[in-house]
Design a protein around this ligand. Structure first.
Ligand SMILES: [Zn+2]
Ligand SMILES: [Zn+2]
Length: 638
């Protein structure tokens, strides 16, 4: 048999070779790490034989498909352990999720987290028993009987949902059998490290009219070291939680009267202004115009854009002079309306129009999450109008810009290209041309990217950027999307070289994504210890006693004259206490002034994270900070 490997060349294998055989034939190392095969997009058990001529990729724990089968198998082990300890428990569903797996189970008495360690121990026993997972199939009616006999009412319901005549698969490991579609690791022995994380309530089928089941969350790894790393990162993430730090550093808050509507406090606003200033500086360099379109516009506009018909449940509406209005959920329709009022020529292209637009979108209250999921936020939006032949160059420009910005924050990032979906709008030739242009840009830039076939928006293909923060968590922030729909809906035009009226190509792009989301990510990424250029307060000036308050104020005034952001602590408290409190605020620098300093006109500075002070003049300190700012990418002040 012939199999095409990892999308490259065909290779011959003995007939009947399983995924595992093939993995071992490639290399013993891969054979050992292999968890599944991905065959033309389908996940295959290791013991399956791929079809002759198919395209096979071997998945290890590093791949999403490998994690899928690994965690899926662990959820069976969880169910088996529960049935051993609680024979009356009734099993519902137990899928793998993005961070581990869960199982929904009905217990006679409510399960508490105190019982999880005992279940974990039983799971470890099952791992040690090295049980093979064996598949068998039953016709639907027999499968229902089988589940009834085993006293598993939820499984009965699940099977009853499947169409008449379907064949139902079960998997047995030791004394335990579970209804399952399959795709597992073949032996429980592969699961080396297990942790049950928490229990929560979950309604059967997510319907609150149904019974509340107990959902047990867990995660597992092929190596103990990976579990330790994961738990450390979780611990670290908890310390860095932006909601907690946002409160402690007095950056933002929420009112009970405005759920999901963030409130920026003075320091949060300064942070945001710093982010804005940086962006504006780049927009100027890149020849962007900046506009601001109205917060509310009449329903006529939202009907033209289509939002009124497809997005109304997410929009806040109101009435002005008996006319229906909506608060904008997006900036594009306003931007396009402004374009339409102008005479645009091909010579103006690429025409880059930025809008730091404050938008509102309705989110369910249960979905709200600090600054990460809000009902009002400001996008760093821009719309670029251009000719089709300008797409590749413009995308390359944008990718350089994205790289510059993310690198400055210290983020790694991943790039994904999403192509034409089935329900696409517009002409196939335009799509093909646009996709080709995006691909050419990605290739000419030499970036690695993943293709999400058919995952583009219905109005155009797109490139997404996923930030990777210092805890290796991914956040989708930046996006570049082509749009074949809006220019047509709003009938916008430009004057071509030959004087004719033509429809421009349009693209949407955001790099921060939203200020709110980026702020949350930055707080967690830096653990609140912002670099000098971003820090809301750059210097905290502390007086050793009241006698030196005047000198402290002098120092503050001098630093402020040079544009630095300074806060003083002149309270009549012990200096040790003041230093401790200021340290919690994570200022990049503390300046301490007492008798020596006041007399010699010097200051004692303490950089963040250090315990020793350095003595220097205020002017020397200013020079030092200016050099640091330039090193961090701020323009040099002459
Ligand atoms: Zn399964
Ligand atoms: Zn847009």
């Amino acid at each position: 048999m012939k199999v095409k490997l990892q999308g490259k060349d065909f290779r011959e294998f003995p007939d009947g070779s399983t995924v595992r055989d093939i993995a071992f034939a490639i290399s013993p190392k891969l054979g050992k790490a292999a968890l599944a095969g991905v065959c033309d997009g389908e996940i295959l058990d290791l013991m399956k034989v791929p079809e002759d001529g198919s395209n096979l990729e071997i998945a290890t724990f590093d791949d999403p498909e490998g994690k899928y089968v690994f965690w899926h198998t662990t959820s069976h082990i969880l169910a088996q352990a529960v049935k051993r300890l609680y024979p009356e428990a009734k099993l519902a569903i137990g899928p793998p999720v993005s961070n581990g797996f869960y199982y929904d189970i009905e217990f006679e008495a409510p399960l508490t987290e105190a019982e999880l360690p005992a279940i974990e121990d039983e799971m470890r026993k099952i791992v040690k028993e090295k049980l093979e997972l064996e598949r068998f199939e039953l016709p639907r009616d027999e499968a229902i009987e089988y589940a009834k006999k085993n006293n598993e009412p939820y499984k009965v319901e699940l099977i009853q949902d499947l169409p008449e005549g379907s064949v139902i698969s079960f998997y047995t490991q030791g004394e335990f059998t579970d209804l399952c579609r399959g795709r597992h690791v073949n032996n429980t022995g592969a699961i080396k490290a297990i942790k049950l994380m928490k229990v929560a309530g979950a309604y059967w089928r997510g319907d609150e009219k149904n019974k509340m089941l107990t959902r047990i969350y867990g995660i597992s790894f092929p190596k103990a070291k990976l579990l330790d790393e994961y738990l450390n990162k979780l611990e670290e993430a908890k310390k860095r939680d932006h909601r907690k730090l946002g409160r402690e550093l007095k950056l933002f808050t929420f009112f009970e009267e405005g759920p999901g509507f963030p409130v920026y406090m003075d320091k949060g606003m300064t942070l945001r202004n710093n982010l804005t200033a940086y962006l504006r500086r780049l927009m100027k360099r890149e020849n962007y115009q900046e506009i601001s379109t109205p917060m509310m516009l009449s329903s006529d506009l939202w009907k033209t854009s289509g939002h009124w018909f497809h997005y109304k449940e997410n929009m806040y509406t109101s009435t002005i002079d008996d006319k229906e209005f909506a608060i904008k959920p997006m900036n594009c329709p306003g931007g396009v309306t402004l374009y339409k009022q102008q005479m645009v020529s091909y010579k103006d292209f690429p025409m880059r129009v930025a809008e730091l637009g404050h938008v509102h979108r309705h989110e369910l209250s249960g979905a709200l999450n600090g600054l990460l999921r809000v009902r009002s936020f400001t996008q760093d939006d821009a719309h670029i109008y251009l000719l089709p032949e300008q797409i590749t160059d413009e995308i390359k420009n944008l990718m350089r810009l994205v790289d510059e910005i993310y690198t400055r924050f210290g983020f790694e990032y991943k790039v994904e290209l999403s192509t034409r979906p089935d329900d696409f709008m517009g002409e196939i030739e335009d799509w093909d041309f646009a996709e080709k242009s995006l691909q050419t840009a990605l290739e000419e830039m030499g970036v690695e990217y993943k293709v999400n076939e058919g995952d583009g928006a219905f109005y155009g293909p797109k490139i997404d950027f996923h930030l990777v923060d210092c805890l290796d968590r991914e956040w989708q922030c930046g996006t570049i999307q082509l749009d074949f729909q809006l220019p047509q809906r709003f009938e916008i035009e430009y004057t071509a070289k030959d004087g004719s009226k033509q429809r421009p190509t349009m693209l949407h792009r955001a790099i921060y994504g939203s200020f709110e989301r980026l702020t949350a990510i930055l707080i967690e990424h830096y653990a609140g210890a912002f670099p000098l250029w971003l820090a809301p307060v750059q210097v905290g000036v502390l007086s050793i006693s009241d006698d030196f308050n005047d000198y402290a104020n002098e120092v503050k005034a001098e630093l402020e004259d040079y544009g630095f952001r300074v806060e003083t602590d002149l309270r009549n408290e012990r200096i040790g206490y003041k230093i401790r409190e200021a340290t919690m605020q994570k200022y990049p620098y503390l300046v301490i002034v007492g008798a020596d300093e006041a007399e010699n006109k010097t200051i004692s500075i303490r950089p963040r994270g250090e315990v020793k002070n350095q003595s220097m003049s205020v002017q020397e300190f200013i020079k030092k900070m200016r050099a640091e700012l330039v090193e961090q990418g701020e323009p040099e002040i002459k």
